[in-house]
Ligand binder design. Sequence first.
Ligand code: NAD
Ligand code: TYD
Length: 358
Amino acid sequence: MFHLIHSQLTGKTKFAMQNILVTGGCGFIGSEFIRQQLALDDGSTIINLDKLTYAGNLENLVNVADHPRYVFHRGDIADRECVETLMNRYAIEAVVNFAAESHVDRSLLDSAPFVKTNVVGTQVLLDAARTADVSRFLQVSTDEVYGSLGATGYFVEETPLAPNSPYSASKAAADMLVRSYHHSFGFPAIITRCSNNYGPYQFPEKLLPLFISNLLADIAVPIYGTGLNVRDWIHVSDHCRGIDAALRHGTPGEVYLFGGRTEKTNIEITHLLLKLLTKPESLMRHVVDRLGHDNRYAVDCSKSERELGWRPRVTFEQGLLETIQWYRENQSWMASVKSGDYLEYYSRQYQSAKPVTH
Ligand code: NAD
Ligand code: TYD
């Protein structure tokens, strides 16, 4: 059961949970969420279940590895026995599901792991959580399930799902399962959908860490197509504060959107990075476009602001400066994640990407 406590931080009364199962906690966003949760004074214990795929890294949590309220377990969310064992052993009261294959480009190379983890894994977790009678299940999803926008308009919670990539299709399938468990069984599930995150510890296959890492090493940055595609950027700490707010104050069966209200084209981002890193424009390289490349994402997060009392705090200018600084200061982290698997992926993804001129 939830325990009502009075937060010294916000002055609000909120739910405290005793044992939270966090899946995918060794990834970019999950590790930020765990660091935030352990910094709170509400006494929840975090059980982190992570398969440690290429994207999962124990280094991301090295500073909290010995925390008395933290337990790590290596395992697969699609492994029913493993999940059920953890639910029982720790009397789990809430689940936050970050675990996923998360990269669009990889889903275009091979969609099988996306279906296995994102769809089957979510179904296994849902069943185990229902049997364990958890009080909350929070599914961490993405605005990409809504597909692509034209030049105007915003995604809202009710926008029809129209995923375009195997990645977003697998996330939409998982969301539909979560929705059905709430509808059919009254299962206390909440879905959050967020726009593009940036910040420290992001694996360098995504735009910002890839471009920062390349530019720091004077390697050209591969801009897909025209580079005029738009993303709505949010700092990872703001996203995780939103997940915490939805977990504690959200209504079961509801969807909550998070975004940074910061729309930028990829070209704008590239120019900004070149300026901040004092690198020449000759390092910009237009390469063939991503297949099915979504044109624009933009999120109207007013429901979350209104109902959860949440709003993004980190400005893009400040967040980007701090993020660049973090990658500068953590080049050994970057070197360690650029393992054999990464180099193989990079060469497969980009050596075949022919430069194009506009
Ligand atoms: P990530 O790729 O950095 O991390 C994923 C983590 O999940 C890794 O630690 C990995 O080892 C783990 N994992 C993968 N398969 C697993 C399995 N079968 N069992 C257990 N663990 C497994 O991803 P991220 O960027 O931190 O994204 C986390 C979640 O947030 C995902 O569900 C993603 O769809 C969602 N999301 C991401 C963004 C973004 O901009 N990155 C935006 C919105 C939503
Ligand atoms: P990405 O970080 O992969 O996130 P998503 O596809 O989930 O939005 O990509 C962000 C944007 O950057 C997207 O429009 C694709 C573009 N992009 C490039 O132009 N070059 C790259 O090498 C990568 C990884 C992304």
